[in-house]
Design a protein around this ligand. Structure first.
Ligand code: FE2
Length: 367
């Protein structure tokens, strides 16, 4: 069996459906440091919705808002609040990817079709994944070099610089699914996309006194695409995954992890910009040296910025998690720097989940 049956190249972008894209554009530029590169909306002849395309490093984020209460975008926002609709995959041939995906059991959402403007042409289709989330398949006809526009056909150039926070690219993103469905989606990604299990965590790795979850990390052969899928595990109280699923009204993308090569500078900038992060207790830093051994960073600086550290046999990583970026306790971001370690911060799970539980408690959702 081919390791890459859909001939996936990379994640092309992630699209959020939001209630007010104009304000979200301002937030992601001024808080997270993205720059706007393109826009589509009334001024470009789109009378249904507008989309702002933002970029930092190689990661592209789309913010889409509908102009009317009718239609799928409004329904999505009504049900889920702001959240991820599409993890769009650039493929060699969107028609081929769509047909192979369907032949392997994927549910179609949009048939492959041509999108074109004066700058070039793409083919695009989409299949459904967990909840109301989709994977678009995008291919550039005759290769990417033949498309000369600012983002994708239908968009015009619209530049507004952000404050820059040193974020380089997507590291991973994480799905929360219902209890019992983690294996279902593991099988889906194996059978449809040809991904493989990269690592797993169970409730022995990821539990606190009150709550637990299971997680499986799926990856493609080159490891350029990898993402954990979480499900709640039985615990004394409602887990963070259940809280997410309750407020998102079903499964969806829980967090997006962005890579930096200078996490101290990045977190300092994001904090200056007003991004809110999970609180980490002082005791975490008292135990840090004993747990992770020698690291290049000054522990006092890490403590001031509340950055977490974890180590495996390959090296270490530094990471920190924002609070949810909507009023519903749903989607959040992770900032990560890797120094050899290819893991996901297993040694931090307990400290992290206890921090999340403190927030859940404040929200009245640790019941
Ligand atoms: Fe993560």
């Amino acid at each position: 069996m081919s390791k890459n049956p859909l001939r996936i190249k990379q994640v092309h972008h992630i699209e959020f459906y939001v209630g007010n894209a104009k304000q979200a554009d301002y937030y992601y530029r001024n808080a997270f440091g993205f720059s706007r590169i393109a826009y589509a909306g009334l001024e470009t002849g789109n009378r249904d919705h507008c989309t702002y395309a933002l970029q930092q490093g190689t990661f592209r984020l789309l913010l889409t808002t509908p102009y009317t209460p009718q239609g799928a975008i409004s329904e999505h926002i009504k049900k889920h609040g702001d959240g991820v609709r599409d993890i769009a995959l650039e493929v060699d041939d969107a028609d081929h990817a769509w047909e192979i995906a369907l032949s392997r059991g994927a549910v179609p959402v949009i048939e492959p079709h041509t999108v074109t403007d004066e700058f070039g042409t793409i083919r695009r289709g989409a299949v459904r994944i967990y909840g109301d989330t989709v994977h678009s398949f995008i291919s550039f006809r005759n290769g990417r070099d033949n498309y000369k526009g600012p983002f994708l056909p239908g968009f015009i150039e619209s530049q507004a610089s952000g404050r820059g926070a040193g974020l380089l690219r997507l590291d991973h993103y994480v799905a929360n699914v219902e209890l019992g469905n983690m294996r279902v989606w593991e099988d889906w990604y194996k059978n449809v996309l040809g991904l493989e299990r990269f690592m797993t965590f169970d409730d022995k790795d990821i539990s606190t006194e009150f709550t637990a979850l299971n997680s499986v990390v799926m990856a493609n052969e080159s490891k350029s695409i990898r993402f954990p899928i979480n499900e709640p595990a039985p615990g004394k109280r409602k887990s963070q995954v259940e809280e997410y699923n309750d407020f998102y009204q079903g499964p969806g993308v829980q967090h997006i992890a962005l890579l930096t090569n200078d996490i101290i500078r990045t977190i300092r900038r994001l904090r200056e910009n007003g991004v809110e992060f999970l609180e980490v207790p002082d005791t975490y830093y008292e135990m840090l040296r004993g747990r992770v051994g020698e690291i290049e960073e000054d522990i006092a600086t890490l403590r001031d910025l509340r950055i977490l550290v974890d180590r495996d046999d390959q090296g270490y990583l530094l990471q920190l998690f924002t609070k949810p970026v909507e009023d519903r306790p749903t989607l959040f971001f992770e900032i990560i720097q890797r120094k050899g370690c290819q893991g996901f911060g297993k040694g931090n799970f307990r400290a992290l989940f206890e921090a999340i539980e403190r927030e859940q408690e404040r929200r009245g959702n640790l019941v």
